[in-house]
Design a protein around this ligand. Structure first.
Ligand SMILES: [Zn+2]
Length: 145
């Protein structure tokens, strides 16, 4: 039967799949940087994280992070050599909720993928967001095997 496939549009809402072992690596890193903010990148394909890249927070701050261009260039280069995509930038909130601050939103690079925030306040909590202009929308995270 002939069907006009050209008119079919499949839209999936944005989401992020994180394998359990990488999910634990992210927490471990954020805990080891405590009380300072931790920062890194998540790369992979098809919304699925394949690698976690840890940066050094050159500012060593409890409420801030800074990563120099050299660290960033090096990792972005490795991600592209491995033919993966930059899926997200993550950082931790050592003592705050996992919600983007105004500064987080302002500084989120357009090509940076999702914003993932790991909160170490009370119980460990991780959330992902899509930053759209001055605002953000939560993205579902699925932990996979
Ligand atoms: Zn933040």
């Amino acid at each position: 039967m002939a069907a006009d496939m050209g008119t079919i549009q499949i839209t999936t809402s944005p989401r992020l799949f994180i394998p359990m072992n990488l999910y634990l690596d992210i927490f471990q890193h954020c805990k080891s940087e405590f009380p300072y903010e931790a920062v890194g990148l998540l790369s992979g394909l098809d919304s699925t994280v394949k690698q976690v890249w840890f940066f050094q927070n050159e500012r060593k701050s409890r409420t801030n992070y800074y990563v120099g261009i050299e660290q960033i260039k090096d990792v972005i280069n490795q991600i592209s050599i491995q033919k993966e995509e930059l899926l997200a930038i993550f950082h931790s909130h050592p003592t705050a909720r996992p919600l983007p601050s105004n500064k987080d939103i302002r500084h989120h690079p357009k090509a940076g993928g999702f914003m993932v925030i790991v909160s170490l306040q009370n119980n460990i909590n991780i959330k992902a967001f899509q930053v759209i202009k001055e605002s953000y929308k939560e993205v579902a995270i699925y932990i996979i095997e």
